[in-house]
Design a protein around this ligand. Structure first.
Ligand code: WT7
Length: 642
């Protein structure tokens, strides 16, 4: 099997933070042989601590603590220390709204903004240890709100603005949040996304929420609940300019981010302070090779983990200038991103394979309109990148000049675990290449036996790492079972992968009932629970169907309750129903009505067979446990008629 290998060019290597494979191997070896010393040294040189830790880590499987006894503050590390070091006039963010409005925010400005914001939160009665939901468009105040929470030790949970009121409510309730920070709305494809309306809808059943802070963005009309809702711009006028960063324990809960698991209920992934920040900072430096003069742009939304670790915390802690863009990539035209790259002279650009495939479809004329010569490094995240998309990204965007870092990680891992170091690692399109220092992955079977070269198996991680999730909020048993209980003593990623003869990792996709749509995780169970809430639906089974652009799309098999149904109208209605229950991004691509679902004799729906039907149009695997083969034959032939 011959495949192209792209070795880093000597010029890139000579300037890189990690220069050449020997340098990478030396780092990897140090971390593997002496993790205490490795991470302890980095914590000391890379972060500011108010008080030093007594132990680098304490591992009581499956629970870990890093930098035990240490005191620090994430916001102080991301903002204050850069100002104190004389970088106050450097731009922290170039921000651009979808309508074309612009703001430039220096580290000095950012320090002023976060202190004001923190004082507003204090004035609203919030305190260290409280939880706050952030439900915002991609405006600077979204990052400022996160940092202000971090400054005070208020644990934040950012809910992506594409989630519906129902999904928002479930997260507020699970977290018992005391506050919601939101905006009137944001701009997306020229339309207002009305966030405050969704908050009002959600809050009917959220007694813990005492206050709603509303940032004005679109200036649309809003009803403000007296005694509960405050406009940020009014509250800000009544508070002071300074607010010290609270000295927090290294294990203080920084944020909870909900992600889909294999049940209907999303999991609140908990990340803490010191270890998280250290690994987010180091991977930003190792993988994106950032340095003074770089302009770094990650196109993700702040509502996903990528936005947390690689728009806000990692890059700010590393002191790099960033870009934030509010809107859609096709507004007003499909060259919006390239216009932004040219305007701010973006040098490092990080996006998803789904976005790349959507851009490919629009044609090379869009990037050709703009000067992309500032780019020196490209990144990819969220799903496996197919080699054709990789080659296009490399050639048309990177002009055959920019390395591509394909970064494998998860909401749970907090930071990139498998990725190239661009000044060291030879690249193979489609592979995340090699593990980061301190990360010991392996490919095994369910009995724990390692797989040989090129054999497919389960991707696992052998040792705890600093930015690892600490637990599932409110459910330590589910945490222990889901991540450390599948194979005793190792972290189970839920991904299938193989490792080639050079030790390169090739991630193949999820092995559980989790779909990956546009690089976002969606649970089949979550969509099934939404569907069966509909009065006409008896049963539902949801599978991911291969999709040219989004990787997978949501395909639902539905049986109906007795009665007359207008299936065409109902199909539309059910798609809308799911969008309302979860969010527009979860809207099913297809609803297929069927008389019955394939089940085992014990009544378990065999989703594997449905997956085969939507992928290969036939069923080839083991069907001996199937109760009624007729169901499968009918479903498979129904497919041919489409
Ligand atoms: C799942 C995690 C990490 C931020 C975005 C998604 C898949 C992620 C890659 C990659 C192949 C990838 C995995 C993983 N995934 N990055 N570079 N190559 N697969 O975060 O929603 O927590 O999803 O995304 O399947 O388990 P997430």
């Amino acid at each position: 099997m011959s495949q192209p290998v792209y070795t880093p060019n000597p010029d890139f290597v000579s300037k890189a933070r990690v220069s050449g494979m020997d340098a990478y191997r030396a780092l990897y070896k140090q971390a593997e042989e002496n993790p205490e010393q490795f991470w302890g040294n980095l914590a000391e040189t890379e972060l500011h601590w108010f008080q030093r830790w007594s132990h680098v880590f304490e591992w009581n499987p499956p629970f870990v603590k890093w930098f035990v006894g240490g005191k620090t503050n994430v916001c102080y590390n991301c903002v204050d220390r850069h100002v104190l070091a004389g970088k106050g006039d450097q731009v922290a963010f170039h921000w651009e709204g979808e309508p074309g409005d612009k703001r430039t925010i220096t580290f000095n400005d950012l320090l002023a903004l976060v202190q004001k914001f923190a004082n507003v939160l204090l004035a609203q009665g919030l305190k260290t240890g409280d939880r706050a939901i952030i439900y915002m468009p991609m405006i600077p105040e979204a990052a400022v709100a996160m940092l202000a929470c971090a400054r005070l030790g208020i644990t934040h949970s950012v809910v992506f603005g594409g989630f519906s009121a129902e999904a928002l409510k479930a997260r507020i309730q699970d977290l018992e949040a005391a506050a919601v920070i939101t905006a009137d709305g944001g701009w997306r494809r020229g339309k207002e996304v009305r966030l405050k309306d969704a908050v009002d809808e959600a809050l009917g059943e959220c007694p813990t929420v005492k206050t709603v802070v509303v940032v004005q963005r679109t200036k649309s009309a809003q009803t403000m609940a007296a005694g509960r809702d405050v406009w940020y711009h009014e509250a800000e006028a009544n508070v002071g300019d300074t607010c010290p960063a609270v000295e927090l324990d290294a294990e203080h809960p920084l944020y909870v981010l909900y992600t889909s698991g294999t049940t209907g209920k999303p999991k609140g992934i908990l990340h803490t302070t010191g270890g998280y920040l250290l690994q987010a900072t180091m991977t930003t430096k190792w993988v994106f090779d950032v340095r003074d003069g770089d302009v770094y742009w990650c196109s993700a939304d702040i509502g996903w983990v990528t936005g947390h670790s690689y728009i806000v915390y990692g890059p700010l802690s590393a002191g790099v200038t960033g870009v934030i863009y509010e809107g859609a990539p096709d507004t007003p035209g499909w060259d919006r991103w390239w216009e932004i790259v040219a305007r701010y002279k973006v040098s490092v650009f990080y996006t998803s394979p789904t976005a790349i495939r959507a851009l490919i479809r629009q044609g090379d004329q869009w990037p050709a309109k703009h000067d992309l010569s500032s780019l020196r490094l490209l990144g990819s995240v969220g799903e496996p990148i197919n080699p054709a998309a990789w080659e296009w990204y490399h050639r048309v965007i990177g002009k055959d000049r920019c390395p591509i870092v394909d970064t494998w990680w998860q909401t749970e891992t907090g930071a990139i675990l498998i990725a190239p170091m661009p000044g060291a690692t030879p690249l193979k399109p489609g592979s995340g290449t090699l593990p980061m220092p301190g990360v010991i992955p392996d490919i095994i079977d369910l009995d724990g036996n390692p797989k040989g070269p090129n054999q497919e198996g389960y991707l696992i991680i052998r040792r705890p790492w600093p930015s690892m999730l600490r637990t599932i909020w409110g459910d330590p048993d589910r945490y222990a079972e889901q991540y450390w209980g599948k194979v005793q003593g190792v972290y189970f990623t839920g991904d299938a992968a193989r490792r080639d003869e050079d030790g390169y990792f090739w991630v193949l996709g999820r092995v559980d009932d989790v779909m990956n749509v546009s690089g976002h995780r969606l649970s089949t169970m979550e969509i099934e629970s939404a569907l069966v809430k509909h009065p006409a639906v008896a049963e539902a089974a949801v599978v991911g169907k291969p999709h040219e652009i989004t990787g997978q799309s949501v395909c639902c098999f539905v049986t109906l309750k007795r009665g007359d149904h207008d299936v065409e109208a109902l199909g539309k209605d059910l798609r809308q129903w799911v969008a309302h229950e979860i969010g527009p991004f979860a809207r099913p691509d297809e609803i297929r009505f069927t008389e019955a679902l394939p089940k085992t004799r014990s009544g378990k729906i065999m989703r594997r067979l449905l997956r085969e039907i939507v992928t290969s149009h036939t069923v080839s695997g083991d069907v001996t446990t199937l109760e009624d083969m007729g169901v499968i034959n009918r479903l498979a032939s129904q497919q041919d008629e489409d």
